[in-house]
Design a protein around this ligand. Structure first.
Ligand code: HEC
Ligand code: HEC
Ligand code: HEC
Ligand code: HEC
Ligand code: HEC
Ligand code: HEC
Ligand code: HEC
Ligand code: HEC
Length: 637
């Protein structure tokens, strides 16, 4: 998704006013153009409705997954269980996860959405007008749900907006684990925006790119504004998204007489047989931060087996720009410049959001100097040697013999590195796992922390310089950065960075949760229920008050994660908490949660986590909380 976080410090006043003028003109144009399209009649007969949905048919040499099933039964079956397949689906009642049994959802602005079923399909009703910006009091309208995105963690619903094949988004999202509806804005880590909006055209322009097979956006021009005549070969991510168009392959292998097909060329691609770069680019088409190269190229032009940079621009941190700005301000470290950086990346260029693993891999020496690719660890069809239930495989799609430490074994001497002389932790300790030190959970997405796919080594220097939490302190949350730096020095000879008094006396887990930006607070909240970290940091004694404070964080996503983490602690199992409640209620939840902390029994004299000899929180707690970094963060996965 296109986004940026430019606060424009380096811009002249003149450039600013020019941009301001352009924005005003652009907004005016958008309003006028959107207004000029046809409106969808309230109740459209089925035949007409179909013409208002994206067209689904194999074309341009694509054959569709049904045609592969007979010859590749095993691959088809395992794919059928994968989340890739169900990424985009028709909204048949049996596939629907959300509750449409006469439910009304309202937000604090007094807007309501009513959900119901009629004639074998799901519907919703809201105040709607076909503009980007909802006007004063638009009329109440009903829409059938026709398409949905997601099935693993959450589900999003789409309706035909009545302009060619353009879809609008139902403004509430179903959270699968929690079994509840929430405003769509609250599931992203963004400053809270609570207005119900239908984002007409968003699916056609953005989401279909990575969530369907062979999408053609086709924007209609000629005064119709946001109208799209969109076509896809298949909904969901199917065989040909990873293997390329297969019609010729099907015809060749299905032919009784070779003469019939002698003109055809079999272009089917097996990622396993490609170079490690091209193989990773098959996945990188969707699992990276990228955009089409220029106006002449289309998203679908990147095909499995092709060099991605021929048609796509791989977005990365603009380091030259960053260096230039730093030079202007006479700075030698990144410190103070983070407000300029793109939200998708840490300041050293490593990706910060999930679902963009290929961008992470491009910053990994095991890939750039070695031959690591996605299939080094992942297996996109469950291997026959994998004894797990197929649904379990589908959650990570990892190969059974390339999990944990074994994922490094192909290239590094794991025997040597797993020894205490390298890890300094006993065998079997969570602190001796290669992944826990070299692929820590420093990327954020889907309301959780996810393993970084940029292999790196723990470094206190990096934590100071680019603010990315280091693997040691993500497990030892109760220890200071100084503690980590000293061990990294004595164990690995890493230089000790200049540290502030705070870094010498206050635990990193505390600083992350109280003081850092919303993205880091989310990581801290998640790690406070990660078993390894709770065990290594004596978390049962002190984490509760920190999670209680995060329940009233300004960011809904941070509150959600904190609430979930808190429930793993004794006394909190049934704790009722609504992360999208209003400010007053959030404050009350926070106070209630704090009161449940069995402080005097468990905690006293843990000075690094600010608990004094009497088991009370030190005053510094309030001081640090007041210093919270409140710059706007938008981690758009
Ligand atoms: C009529 C039978 C038939 C159908 C239908 C069929 N295949 Fe195949 N496929 C084969 C055979 C036989 C091979 C092995 C021979 C080869 O490698 O070319 C194969 C091999 C493959 C390979 C491995 C190629 C390699 O180079 O290692 C892939 C990937 C593949 N098929 C994908 C597909 C997809 C995707 C579809 C549906 C669009 C499909 N196949 C439909 C018969 C079929
Ligand atoms: C650049 C490719 C890309 C684009 C564009 C994109 N997504 Fe995604 N999306 C992904 C990937 C990759 C994942 C898996 C993420 C992960 O594991 O972190 C994902 C995951 C999701 C999920 C979670 C699915 C589940 O089953 O729980 C939802 C919902 C989702 N995306 C919605 C959207 C919507 C809505 C849009 C458009 C506004 C969109 N995405 C645009 C690549 C993309
Ligand atoms: C998300 C990407 C992806 C999708 C979707 C996908 N495959 Fe594959 N396929 C792969 C990769 C990667 C390999 C290489 C081996 C592996 O990772 O399991 C592969 C291997 C194969 C092979 C070679 C034999 C083997 O198992 O190694 C066949 C045949 C095949 N796929 C067919 C299919 C068919 C048919 C479908 C749809 C029903 C499909 N694939 C869907 C990525 C995919
Ligand atoms: C056409 C776009 C596309 C391609 C190509 C693609 N993916 Fe995905 N992938 C997605 C999306 C979107 C999701 C989110 C699915 C969901 O969770 O419902 C996803 C999810 C995943 C997941 C997590 C499954 C889960 O829900 O937990 C893994 C692992 C994965 N992809 C690996 C790969 C690998 C490896 C390749 C290349 C062989 C690949 N993908 C190719 C779009 C794609
Ligand atoms: C060194 C091994 C390794 C390599 C290489 C690798 N992965 Fe992963 N991947 C993992 C592990 C481990 C997990 C975490 C699984 C878990 O926590 O259950 C994971 C998780 C994921 C997820 C799911 C995240 C989530 O929890 O929703 C996606 C998506 C993914 N990988 C995609 C990719 C893609 C795309 C590539 C190639 C660019 C790739 N991976 C390369 C090991 C690897
Ligand atoms: C496909 C081969 C391959 C795999 C698999 C692999 N690596 Fe590497 N790795 C390399 C190569 C090649 C280098 C560079 C070695 C050099 O330049 O001396 C490297 C370098 C490294 C470095 C040094 C990084 C740096 O910036 O200097 C670390 C740390 C590392 N690997 C950890 C791992 C871990 C942990 C795993 C498993 C999760 C792993 N590697 C898996 C090939 C691989
Ligand atoms: C995923 C969790 C995890 C990670 C990552 C981790 N450790 Fe540990 N660490 C542990 C556990 C558990 C113990 C308890 C003893 C054992 O299992 O070896 C421990 C023990 C220690 C000890 C000795 C006991 C103490 O509290 O003084 C030190 C020192 C230590 N770790 C430092 C580090 C450093 C430095 C790093 C990063 C290079 C690190 N750890 C990474 C889990 C972890
Ligand atoms: C407790 C944390 C920790 C664990 C566990 C760990 N490493 Fe490391 N590893 C480090 C640190 C720290 C460095 C960086 C050393 C430096 O600064 O030179 C490193 C460096 C490396 C390097 C770079 C080359 C070198 O020798 O310095 C490789 C390769 C590597 N580790 C592989 C592994 C593998 C494979 C495993 C699992 C068997 C593993 N590591 C487990 C902390 C860990």
């Amino acid at each position: 998704m296109p986004h940026s976080n430019d606060n424009g410090t380096a811009m002249s006043a003149r450039t600013k006013s020019m941009i301001g003028l352009m924005v005003v003109l652009f907004v005016a144009m958008v309003i006028i153009r959107l207004n000029d399209g046809p409106e969808r009649p309230p109740d459209v007969p089925d035949e007409e409705l179909v013409q208002m949905l994206p067209a689904v048919e194999p074309r341009e040499g694509y054959a569709g997954s049904d045609s592969c099933q007979d010859c590749h039964e095993h691959q088809h079956e395992t794919w059928h269980h994968s989340w890739h397949r169900t990424m985009t689906q028709e909204a048949k009642l049996e596939n629907l996860l959300g509750d449409f049994d006469d439910v009304t959802i309202s937000n604090r602005l007094g807007q309501t959405v009513e959900l119901f079923k009629r004639d074998g399909r799901a519907w919703f009703r809201m105040n709607y007008e076909p503009r980007l910006f909802i006007g004063h009091n638009p009329p109440r309208r009903e829409f059938p749900i026709e398409l949905m995105t997601g099935s693993h963690h959450m589900q999003i619903y789409w309706f035909p907006a009545g302009r060619a094949r353009t879809l609008g988004m139902m403004p509430v999202v179903w959270l699968k684990e929690d079994q509840r509806w929430v405003p769509r804005q609250s599931v992203f880590l963004i400053p809270s925006g609570e207005e119900f909006a239908s984002e007409v055209g968003r699916w056609n322009e953005t989401c279909l790119k990575c969530h369907t097979t062979n999408p053609e956006i086709h924007k209609e021009v000629g005064g119709r504004g946001k109208a799209f005549d969109t076509h896809v070969s298949e909904l969901g991510i199917s065989c040909e998204a990873c293997h390329g168009p297969g019609a010729a392959h099907v015809a060749i292998h299905g032919a009784r007489n070779t003469n019939e097909v002698s003109q055809l060329v079999d272009r089917i691609v097996n990622p396993d047989n490609l170079s490690h770069e091209l193989s990773s680019q098959v996945c990188g088409g969707c699992h990276s931060v990228n955009s089409v190269k220029d106006r002449k190229t289309e998203w679908r032009e990147h095909k499995p087996g092709a060099v991605i940079t021929e048609t796509r621009h791989l977005d990365s941190l603009d380091r030259e720009e960053l260096q230039k700005q730093m030079k202007e301000f006479g700075a030698t470290t990144y410190d103070g410049y983070y407000s300029q950086y793109d939200n998708s990346f840490w300041l050293d260029g490593k990706v910060r959001i999930s679902g963009r693993e290929y961008s992470g891999m491009l910053e990994t020496i095991c890939h750039t100097k070695g031959t690591m690719s996605c299939v080094t660890c992942h297996s996109l069809h469950q291997s026959k040697s994998d004894n797990r239930p197929v649904k379990e495989w589908a959650n990570d799609q990892l190969h059974p013999s390339r999990q944990g430490d074994q994922s490094c074994a192909g290239c590094h001497d794991v025997g040597r590195y797993a020894s205490v002389s390298h890890t300094h932790h006993s065998k079997g300790s969570s602190g001796s796992s290669c992944l826990n030190c070299h692929m820590p959970h420093t990327t954020y997405g889907l309301l959780k922390a996810i393993r970084s796919h940029s292999i790196s080594s723990p470094s206190a220097m990096e934590t100071v310089d680019v603010r990315r939490p280091n693997a040691c302190n993500l497990c030892h949350l109760d220890k200071t950065l100084d503690w980590t730096a000293r061990h990294l020095d004595s164990w690995f000879g890493q230089p000790i960075p200049n540290l502030t008094e705070e870094h010498k006396t206050v635990a990193e887990g505390v600083l992350m949760a109280l003081k850092q930006d919303a993205g880091i607070r989310a990581l801290a909240a998640w790690h406070m229920s990660w078993e390894a970290a709770v065990a290594a940091s004596d978390g049962d004694r002190w984490m509760q008050p920190y999670l209680s404070v995060l329940l009233k964080d300004p960011y809904p996503a941070v509150r959600y994660i904190a609430g979930k983490s808190l429930r793993r602690f004794k006394n909190y199992e049934g704790f009722e908490f609504d992360f999208v409640a209003d400010r007053d209620r959030l404050r009350k939840f926070s106070i209630q949660a704090h009161a449940l902390w069995p402080q005097t029994e468990t905690a006293s004299g843990m000075s690094a986590v600010l608990i004094d000899e009497t088991g009370k929180l030190d005053e510094i707690f309030q001081k640090l909380f007041a210093e919270r970094d409140d710059r706007d963060v938008a981690l758009l996965e």
